[in-house]
Design a protein around this ligand. Structure first.
Ligand SMILES: [Fe+2]
Length: 552
């Protein structure tokens, strides 16, 4: 059975393909269109479908659109609640309903050969839930918790999966929404709504949650699996910040307050679900599940023994979830999720052809992991392009920018390369067998950078570039069994420096989507102060350009 999943209506358009229960491809549209997040999440763009990502998924699997058995669209217009009924201010929302109803036609137009009669509407939160629970690395039953800005009429789903069948136990109807609350504070603090929520999470570490008590009366769990969020007046707590304005302690305090109250509500919801279901495993999805600070609190305090967050937890993941849901309904259980590297990959010959076309000096490395480790040990910045690109917002050692964690100035250096605010941390990757020695208070393994950990006191001065102001780090643990090349690079770096850790941030420059193709990698290398591009088995050294050396 061949099922194409499509996420198009709100954020981060994406496509995914599930064939005979195996996830064979998943990618966001932005990686191909080179427009960050694919489009702005406004009603006027709701008609746009991820045609490039869908076409790539089909090419990747050698499947024709005519051969698809079903197409999952992760929104069900039959469940749509008008803004008036939902109690939200969204004057052009009717466009979303119209465009969702017409989505089969838009898809047939965008993906030649696709049969519009095979499009099935999957409720938005069911698609989120499936993206977590049906992809989770464990078999059998589990609880599932979804929290985002909004779906058709809800912002939340709590339930349990047994034998691939979802039982919904609670759903919070709009206007109450932790995702919209967080989006509102993001906009109030001068950042881009539906994009920069992780900046608020980073800023929260600089503040004191002195408004938490005031917020708790407005934002709290209700004891029945739901919650309320109505009526918070952020203007009364902190002046709105203009995007060009410097942030102040007042802004950080508001961020800290909203973050703390969000964590508390999540904890209450998860505990309710634990008690109600008796399950020991919790799968999570929805944009709120990308809040790695909250995730660590849930891992520690929810009562669940295991917590798994699907790495593309935002709306992009509903493309995958929709496809998994229809696949299960068709009688084909899913093979467990083995990694986020579900995007495009390129053969050595294809990469070399791009290098030759660009006429850059390059050579095939004798040992790319060792060569990169040497460059990092000498405090070089490395663009690391290996294997298939990641599905979801995190670079996980396939499209990464790497640096030495022992030099505090590398935080500023990388933030400059990427045009990021200096208050934002960069994250460490660490070999799995060394993770517990350095990082605590968070789950290990942590292969998808979805939890924060405390950095051991004796290590903080040794890896200052990756220690956030509150003494935490958002780690990626690297298992040599699944990521042998990244692990070899980390081993080579440790042999040279004594540090089993490397700075890892996404391979892109300001305002651009993550690098996807070899050509994108060359553009990124050419436009930033990067010392070495390690692309497949090939290396391109910046110093060659300086020295005027011609290679091959
Ligand atoms: Fe969503």
């Amino acid at each position: 059975m061949r099922v194409l999943g499509i996420n198009a209506l709100f954020h981060d358009p994406a496509a995914a393909l599930v064939v005979d229960g195996t996830i064979v491809a998943a990618a966001e549209e932005e990686r191909f269109s080179r427009r960050k997040h694919g489009k702005r999440p406004v009603p006027f763009s709701a008609w746009e479908t991820p045609d490039l990502a869908a076409a790539w998924c089909l090419r990747q699997a050698g499947v024709c659109a005519e051969d698809l058995d079903a197409i999952a669209y992760s929104y069900d217009p039959a469940l749509h609640l008008s803004p008036e009924e939902a109690g939200v201010h969204d004057p052009f929302d009717h466009l979303r309903l119209t465009y969702a109803q017409q989505a089969p036609g838009f898809l047939a137009e965008g993906v030649p050969g696709l049969d519009p009669d095979k499009v099935r509407f999957v409720p938005h939160h069911v698609a989120h839930a499936a993206s977590a629970a049906l992809a989770a690395p464990w078999g059998g039953s589990c609880a599932v918790l979804v929290l985002d800005g909004r779906g058709e009429r809800h912002s939340h789903l709590a339930g349990v999966y047994r034998d691939g069948v979802l039982e919904v136990l609670a759903s919070q109807q709009l206007p109450h929404s932790l995702g919209l609350l967080y989006e509102d504070v993001t906009a109030h603090l001068g950042f881009l709504r539906s994009s920069d929520e992780f900046k608020v999470m980073a800023l929260a570490s600089y503040g004191k949650p002195r408004h938490a008590e005031a917020l708790r009366s407005l934002v709290h769990a209700t004891g029945d699996g739901g919650f309320v969020t109505a009526g918070a007046d952020f203007g009364a707590l902190a002046k709105p910040r203009h995007p060009d304005e410097e942030w102040t302690a007042e802004h950080a305090d508001l961020a800290a307050s909203v973050q703390l109250v969000t964590e508390e509500v999540l904890l209450d919801l998860a505990r309710w679900l634990r008690e109600t279901t008796g399950e020991t495993r919790l799968a999570m999805a929805g944009g709120v599940a990308l809040n790695c600070v909250a995730n660590s609190r849930l891992a520690a305090g929810s009562g669940f023994a295991e917590l798994w967050v699907q790495p593309a937890a935002g709306d992009a993941g509903t493309a995958l979830g929709g496809a998994l849901e229809l696949s299960w309904r068709g009688g084909e259980p899913t093979a467990p999720f083995t990694g986020a590297d579900l995007g495009s990959g390129w053969s050595d010959a294809e990469i070399e052809a791009v290098l030759q076309t660009a006429r850059v000096a390059y050579r095939r490395s004798d040992d790319v992991a060792e060569e990169v480790a040497q460059c990092l040990a000498e405090d070089g910045v490395v663009a690391w392009y290996q294997g298939r690109s990641e599905f979801g917002p995190r670079a996980l050692g396939h499209r990464s920018l790497l640096a030495h964690p022992g030099r505090a100035e590398n935080l500023e250096r990388l933030n400059d390369v990427k045009g990021r605010e200096q208050f934002r941390p960069v994250a460490p990757m660490v070999r799995l067998d060394r993770a517990r020695e350095v990082f605590s208070c968070g789950p290990v393994p942590s292969p998808y950078m979805l939890f924060v950990h405390d950095v051991a006191a004796q290590w903080r001065d040794r890896i200052p570039a990756v220690v956030h102001v509150d003494g935490t780090a958002r780690i990626q643990s690297v298992d040599p069994a699944t990521e042998p090349l990244v692990a070899a690079m980390l081993t080579g770096f440790e042999r040279r420096t004594g540090l089993p850790i490397v700075v890892n941030t996404s391979l892109n420059t300001a305002g651009r989507p993550m690098v996807d193709s070899p050509r994108d990698a060359l553009e990124c290398f050419g436009s930033g102060p990067v010392d070495l591009l390690a692309i497949g088995p090939f290396v391109v050294h910046r110093r060659w350009a300086h020295e005027g050396l011609a290679r091959e």
